[in-house]
Ligand binder design. Structure first.
Ligand code: OGA
Ligand code: MN
Length: 275
């Protein structure tokens, strides 16, 4: 039997989980309970989990192989995890609603973020349910977007990163390695079968088959729809808090309202083709 205790944060998204030690291998029952909670609540929060990067990687691997992010401000000693070490976060890319690395043909299943050092004040992360966002659209708009696909392009976030001095990579080389990809605008979760809105400001450039004017009207409406507080929860980190989000049904926003150092270790789990 699982020892997990799952307390929802809102009816749309988020749950606090206790009764588990992330340093230890999970029992089958706990692993199953975590996945069930993740698919139900989209993002899980754990407190007081003083884990090493190796333990964080081992925890992640119980849910799938590691995804190596194509670019990162800083890799850990081991490329299986990256370190977000920031003191002036504004414009660094995470301060915009997004799901991670949707420019990949198989975007990540999820990510696990561990707070190593938190700032004196600020530095919360907001999460939004793309399922709740889809379900709140009117039936005519749902029908309109159900069969559409959109292009996601690594050069969109990368150009910004290079301009801001956060990414030191060769744009042409990255472009060749990660050509633009097409994903459904509405994706179906591979396990829960829930439908989720899957366009985001970081990487989505346009909806396929629409005129420029139609794209200009429809795409910002869909990308901004996620910003309504009714689809969201907000997490205030403590040192050694851990968040585990399903990247297929959520977007997140790192609030850039701190001025002292914030260090997070991130491990990303590989995903699948978007359907
Ligand atoms: C990320 C991310 C949010 C944060 O790790 O992908 O967007 O609050 N982080 O650091
Ligand atoms: Mn992110």
């Amino acid at each position: 039997m699982s020892s997990l205790h799952v307390q929802p944060v809102t009816a749309s998204i988020g749950a606090n989980v206790d009764g588990v030690d992330l340093r230890e291998p999970l029992s089958d029952a706990d692993r199953k309970a975590i996945l069930e909670a993740l698919f139900e609540h989209h993002v899980l929060f754990f407190r007081n989990q003083d884990i090493t990067p190796e333990q964080q990687v081992a925890f992640a691997k119980q849910f799938g192989p590691i995804s190596f992010p194509p670019f990162s401000p800083k890799y850990g000693d081991d490329p299986e995890y990256i370190v977000l070490d920031q003191t002036s976060p504004r414009g660094e890319g995470a301060d915009q609603w997004h799901s991670d690395n949707t420019f990949m043909a198989e975007p990540p299943m999820g990510s696990i973020l561990h707070a190593v050092k938190i700032p004196e004040v600020g530095g919360d992360t907001c999460f939004a349910s793309a399922v709740a966002a889809y379900e709140a659209l009117s039936p005519p708009i749902q029908r309109l977007i159900d069969g559409l696909t959109a292009v996601h392009d690594i050069t969109k976030p990368l150009r910004k990163g290079i301009e801001a001095g956060h990414a030191e990579v060769d744009l042409a080389e990255m472009q060749a390695k990660w050509p633009p990809v097409e994903h459904p605008v509405v994706r179906t979760h591979p396990v829960s079968g829930k439908k989720a809105l899957f366009v985001n400001r970081n990487s989505t450039t346009h909806i396929v088959g629409l005129s420029e004017a139609e794209n200009e009207a429809l795409l910002p409406m869909l990308m901004d729809h996620i910003r309504s507080p009714e689809f969201q929860c907000r997490f205030t980190w403590d040192t050694h808090s851990v968040a585990f989000w399903d990247n297929r049904t959520t977007q997140h926003f790192a609030v850039p309202d701190y001025r002292t150092r914030r260090i997070m270790n991130r491990v990303t789990i590989a995903g699948e083709k978007v359907v």
